[in-house]
Design a binder for this molecule. Structure first.
Ligand code: SF4
Length: 138
C-alpha cells in the first residue's frame, strides 16, 4: 500500500471538473495540458473517471445544479485526494457573486488544498498551484 501511495504522489492523475461560467479557466487548464506547458514532465495526466483521479481541478462558479454532481465526484475519488480551485469563480464566486443560482465558494462544500486566483489564471500559475498541491501532499 505504501508503494501505491508513493507512486500516486510521483505521478498524480487529474480530473478536471468545470461547472460552467465563461469557460475561460477551462481553456487555460486545457492549455496547461498541451505540449507547450507540458505538465506530463511532472508525471501528471488527466483521467476521465474520479475513481482513478488523485487531484480534482475545479473551474467555474459553484451552482446549485452542479453542486450534487461535484460532491458525488469528490466522494468517488480514492483517499488521499487533493482539490485545487482554479480561477476567481470557485474561490470567491467571481463575477457571478450574488447570482440566484450560485452557492459557492467551493471551500464551503468540500476541502480545498490550493487556490489559483485570476480571471482566468495563466497556465504557469495553474502549474504552480498543482506543484504546491503535490508539495502539501508529500
Ligand atoms: S474566473 Fe473568470 S475566466 Fe474563470 S470561469 Fe470565472 S469568469 Fe471565467
Amino acid at each position: 500500500m505504501g508503494l501505491v501511495r508513493y507512486l500516486r504522489r510521483k505521478s498524480p492523475w487529474l480530473l478536471h471538473f468545470d461547472t460552467g461560467g465563461c469557460n475561460g479557466c477551462s481553456f487555460e487548464v486545457v492549455a496547461t495540458l498541451t505540449p507547450r506547458y507540458d505538465i506530463e514532465r511532472f508525471g501528471m495526466l488527466t483521467r476521465g473517471t474520479p475513481r482513478h483521479a488523485d487531484i480534482l481541478v475545479v473551474t467555474g462558479p459553484i451552482t446549485r445544479q452542479c453542486l450534487p454532481r461535484l460532491i458525488r465526484i469528490y466522494e468517488q475519488m480514492p483517499e488521499p485526494k487533493m482539490v485545487i480551485a482554479v480561477g476567481s469563480c470557485p474561490i470567491t464566486n467571481g463575477v457571478f457573486d450574488s447570482c440566484y443560482n450560485v452557492v459557492g465558494p467551493l471551500d464551503k462544500h468540500i476541502p480545498v488544498d490550493a487556490y489559483v486566483p485570476g480571471c482566468p489564471p495563466r497556465p504557469e500559475a495553474i502549474i504552480h498551484g498543482l506543484l504546491a498541491t503535490l508539495k502539501r501532499w508529500k
